[in-house]
Design a protein around this ligand. Structure first.
Ligand code: COA
Ligand code: AMP
Length: 650
């Protein structure tokens, strides 16, 4: 493969690699049955699908009569095929000083036994298991154990606070919750068990049991219905569970993600379509082949972690690295380079913010010189916009292609990417690449017409979406349709705005709704606003995401006090601190809210919609679009000084 990672000149290559790839994408859209039917043959099926795609527009089912087991495809079949002694999972934890690895045979043994534990606790096919765990092997084991017995896992990111966890428990109604005594952050031990207990106090649904992984950094006090992982898994205590038969359309997991309201959306992931898409993507998009090692620096609580720490590498028979640490500070900005060297990773995947963090601490990439990263073929970045400066820095430092890819919890795998495993197309900094095989990406204007190349609009995907993408929302078809399909019938609305250039490269410019993206973490303005509004002094509030050099975006809050409340400077400062603490306690530390301003009023339209976008544009120093429907322009004018004032957010 060419190592020329330079900028593209903008050539209109309709022949050669670009033309061939465009033809492949076209064929996947014209003949989805043929394309995905062939891709499905990479998996082992109990009953191979006779039907590839069932159209129940606006719903679509992939491989509706196929029967398989995803865990079997991720573990058992590799053991049978001669990979028993190959490493499946490498756990590397600088925050606890631990390194541990599992061969495919060893991981299968752990998973089958934990599946037996879940079965004996009464978990059966279709039941939910909520997983609230840090980046430890037990998280991967639990996810696969659920897949083995057909239980639906729902992993909740460890950085979320009790209220967020409670909302997910209420909605998913798990039979069992699997958690740990603590997570280990670089500067502190985060006790998970008290947060779980608080979440259960807030939830009307109660699981039958909580299984707790006791970690020596902070042991948890166990209650009556709590069980200890190591006790349940002690040698000889449990009969392993076999794989059960799963319909391809049965849910593998539900992963909650942020919308604009405070109520998270339960993204449903099916089993067969997801496994087919991920297996295909690992070799064809990420250029990782069976037997190779790959490092994905994300978290199992996010979709990137689900797809590319756990399922895709294991479905491929590759070795995956589970890293409990940060890109910087554990112990330094060479941490990722060490992982690549020590385990011979052929490719790595993380968020741009991680690279910006490394660049900030080690601007000349001096630490990189101390490591042999010659195994690395590609660096992939996703989760937020990859700014050209960060792309340039990483490209220069590593000397390998640095490949942006754009996707969302909803899609499960990339909507756009440079398909490195098929061919490395020219890279255009600022673009996340051309549409991926299976995705008919269209940029629409407000009337639903496709825009001309280079003209911004709402980025949409024409239905049917490819396998692996969300079939619906958990127990809420109606919300699925109203959130994603009603704006432009026949199209899935991504919620991102941007444009496509004349070569078919997509440029994603940011969300068109009020979803925040803080250090690659997707958060809802609604959750933060709910936390603020719960304070007795707050009459109303708005949260906006403003540009940040390290985290991409950070939240900023504007609050209006209840009538009659007058605060002096010290009182205001105390309230601001209380509100920051409140968001941390209710939403989680990852929300990273630092700046709260007390204001006299919030600008609204005549129908009462708060003009968050306009405020964001003013705060970012961009040209602000003031809608003609504004109720009282003087309120906005009164805020201009506050919004464009000093950024105290970091
Ligand atoms: N459990 C508990 N707390 C967590 C947590 C977890 N799993 N993850 C983060 N937090 C806490 C952090 O300790 C921090 O707390 P603090 O305010 O007390 O310091 C807070 O949440 C914010 O964390 P983070 O967003 O990680 O910011 P940071 O300033 O500590 O680090 C980066 C900045 C760029 C190094 C970090 O965001 C990072 O590694 N990002 C990678 C991006 C990524 O993995 N994205 C996933 C999508 S691909
Ligand atoms: P999540 O569902 O948490 O993965 O967040 C998805 C959102 O993150 C998308 O809708 C985008 O707004 C943003 N995003 C993810 N990847 C990219 C990318 N490569 N470029 C621009 N934005 C991105």
């Amino acid at each position: 493969m060419s190592q020329d990672a330079g900028t593209d000149s903008g050539s209109d290559d309709t022949t050669g690699a670009a033309g061939d790839y465009r033809a492949l994408v076209r064929s996947s859209l014209d003949d989805p049955e043929g394309f995905w039917g062939a891709a499905a043959q990479e998996l082992t099926w109990i009953h191979p699908p006779k039907t590839v795609l069932k159209d129940r527009a606006p719903f679509y089912d992939w491989f509706p009569d196929g029967v398989l087991n995803v865990c079997y495809n991720a573990l058992d079949r590799h053991v049978i095929d001669g990979r028993a002694d190959q490493l499946a999972l490498i756990y590397d934890s600088p925050v606890t000083g631990t390194q541990r690895s599992y061969t495919y045979a060893e991981l299968l043994d752990e998973v089958a036994r934990f599946a037996g534990v879940l079965r004996d606790l009464g978990v059966s096919k279709g039941d939910r298991v909520v997983v609230y765990l840090p980046m430890i092997p037990e998280a991967v084991i639990t996810m696969l154990a659920c897949a083995r017995i057909g239980a639906v896992h729902s992993v909740v990111f460890g950085g979320f606070a009790p209220a967020e966890l409670a909302a997910r428990i209420e909605d998913a109604e798990p039979v069992v919750v699997v958690s740990a005594s603590c997570g280990v952050e670089p500067t502190r031990v985060v006790e998970y068990k008290p947060m779980l207990d608080e979440a259960l106090r807030r939830s009307s649904h109660q699981p039958q049991h909580c299984v707790i992984v006791q970690r020596e950094q902070a042991l948890a006090e166990l209650g009556e219905t709590d069980l200890e992982w190591s006790q349940l898994m002690r040698p000889g205590a449990i009969a392993p569970a076999e794989c059960v038969k799963i319909l391809a359309t049965d849910p593998l997991y539900v992963l909650y993600t942020s919308g604009t309201t405070g109520k998270p959306k339960g993204i449903v992931r099916d089993s067969g379509g997801y496994a087919v898409a991920l297996r295909w993507s690992m070799s064809n998009l990420y250029d990782v082949q069976p037997g190779e090692t790959w490092f994905c620096g994300s978290d199992v609580g996010w979709v990137v972690g689900h797809s590319y720490i756990v399922y895709a590498p294991l479905l491929t028979g590759a070795t995956t690295i589970l890293y409990e640490g940060k890109p910087v500070g554990t112990p330094d900005a060479g941490a990722y380079w060490r992982l690549i060297q020590d385990y011979g990773a052929v490719a790595a995947f993380t968020a741009p913010t991680a690279i910006r963090a490394i660049k900030k601490v080690d601007p000349d990439a001096a630490l990189l010189a101390g490591y042999d990263t010659s195994s690395l073929r590609t660096l992939f970045l996703a989760g937020e916009r990859l700014d050209p400066d960060t792309w340039e820095w990483a490209t220069q430092a590593l000397g390998v292609p640095v490949v942006d890819n754009w996707w969302q919890t909803e899609t499960g795998w990339p909507i756009t990417i440079n398909p490195v495993g098929i061919t490395l197309l020219p890279i255009k900094p600022g673009s996340s690449g051309p549409a991926t095989v299976g995705y008919d990406v269209q940029v629409l204007d407000p009337s639903g017409q496709p825009t001309e190349p280079g003209v911004e609009g709402a980025i949409c995907i024409r239905q049917p979406l490819p396998p692996g993408t969300l079939p619906t929302l958990w127990r809420d078809d109606e919300r699925y349709v109203s959130s994603y399909l009603s704006a432009f019938p026949g199209y899935y609305l991504t919620g991102d705005g941007g444009y496509v250039d004349e070569d078919g490269y997509v440029f994603v410019m940011g969300r068109t709704d009020d979803v925040l993206n803080v250090a690659g973490h997707r958060l809802s303005t609604g959750s933060l606003e709910e936390a603020l509004a719960g304070h007795p002094s707050v009459a109303e509030c708005a949260v906006i995401g403003i540009r940040d050099a390290l985290k991409g975006q950070v939240p900023r809050a504007l609050v209006v006090l209840k009538a009659g409340i007058q605060l002096d400077e010290a009182g205001t400062a105390a309230l601001q601190a209380e509100l920051v603490d409140r968001v941390r306690a209710e939403v989680g530390a990852v929300a990273a809210l630092r700046q709260v301003d007390v204001v006299d009023g919030l600008p609204k339209t005549r129908s009462g919609k708060i003009l968050r976008k306009t405020m964001r544009q003013i705060a970012d120093g961009d040209e602000a679009v003031v809608p003609s429907t504004i109720e009282d322009v003087s309120v906005l004018d009164g805020l201009r000084g506050v919004l464009s004032g000093p950024d105290r957010s970091s």
